[in-house]
Write a protein that binds this ligand. Sequence first.
Ligand SMILES: [Zn+2]
Length: 105
Amino acid sequence: MQRLQIQVRTQCRRCGALMRADLDELVARYGGNASLIDRQEQCRMVACDGATFYLAARRYGGPWRILVDDAALRDGLSLCPPAHLAHGRPAPVANAADLPSPQRR
Ligand SMILES: [Zn+2]
């Protein structure tokens, strides 16, 4: 991922905040071969105790894919609030993860 210059973000399940993730920091923390699929982190927004999941885009401006594979974790995504950017602005469709609806699974 680091070599391919993939873009990575986190999205909070509780508050919906989209945050940039730093690949160098992730590699330092988990090692270069670690996977972000199904990895949960504590939300970094002050006063939020939600869990985040990872999203990745292959190139700048490319579509974002949710890095959640586990069926139970994916089902929970349908309960998430809409993703939002700084200042509470809603994420444009191109920036928001395509959350699965419960009836599709
Ligand atoms: Zn949060």
